[in-house]
Ligand binder design. Sequence first.
Ligand code: SAM
Length: 320
Amino acid sequence: MIVDRLGRRFRNLRVSLTAACNYACNYCVPDGKRLMKAKYELPATEMLKAVTLLQQAAGIDKIRITGGEPLVTPKFDDFLLGVMQLPLKDVSLTTNGQLLLKKQDVIKASGISRINVSLDTLNPVKFKQIARSGDLETVLAGIDAMLDMGLRVKINMVPLRNQNMAEVLPLLDYCLERDIELRFIELMRMGHLLTGNGFQTDFLSMEGLLDIISEKYEFARTDAPHDSTAVRFRIPDKGVFGIIANESEPFCRACTRLRLSSDGNLYGCLSNSNHRYIGDLLDLPPHVALPRIQNILVDALADKKLAFQGEVTVMKLIGG
Ligand code: SAM
């Protein structure tokens, strides 16, 4: 097993199916940029081979399908159906929800049991300002369809001091009413937020967020799964919410994540642009591919930082 001196190993793989996205969220994508797919993206069959190889080489047992926006790529169906056939402990999906209604049949057929929907506001005007595309009603209808199908839904919200602070309580109420766990993701210094003042302007700390929530609810800290990145709180008789407190309570020292980009590169750390191409290993016989990928994983693990520092890499490229 490949383990570093802090005892960190790769268990969770985030697969960015495509770099393309149908949104252009203002904290993810710089002004005027469109979200294109990478020049050469691996087909679904190759990505499935990569997952199998990483499973064998690193003991990966949890997969999150992300992007870009995973539902925009034609390979979504084949990848989802394929990955659900692999012997994994957990498969989950992160989506902006815009295409959930269109994809509900394949989602149902795949047997996937849980899904995370990114939603930063319940206000249709704010929605357009932040996502700069898409339509709120369609996302909400998609969430309802997932709940009706019996999927466990979590919602991810990035609280932004100058954009959606007034949305924290309405979104929490919406989630509590539906037995959905709301996950607040502290803004990260990724891409264009690493420089300039966008991060300082919009960052809202865990403390600031809890102050807002305490205006309406009493809550207490509760357990989080061992390798969870979220700090979780229970509101008695109502439900649970979580905060991915990247800045306020960093979790780098226990990070088990590995990322595979749509163009076949492995990233060992979100806060490090170092990456290694594995697309050329996927058709080699296992006895040749495995030792090579293991060497790559040793290097990728060494890329992990001790604290999150941010990175120029754009989230949509390597998946959030
Ligand atoms: N398109 C999918 C979605 O919207 O969930 C998957 C990719 S998106 C990059 C994954 C998550 O990263 C989203 O919840 C998004 O809000 C979050 N994200 C993007 N940039 C971020 C940043 N700078 N800080 C914190 N979260 C960010």
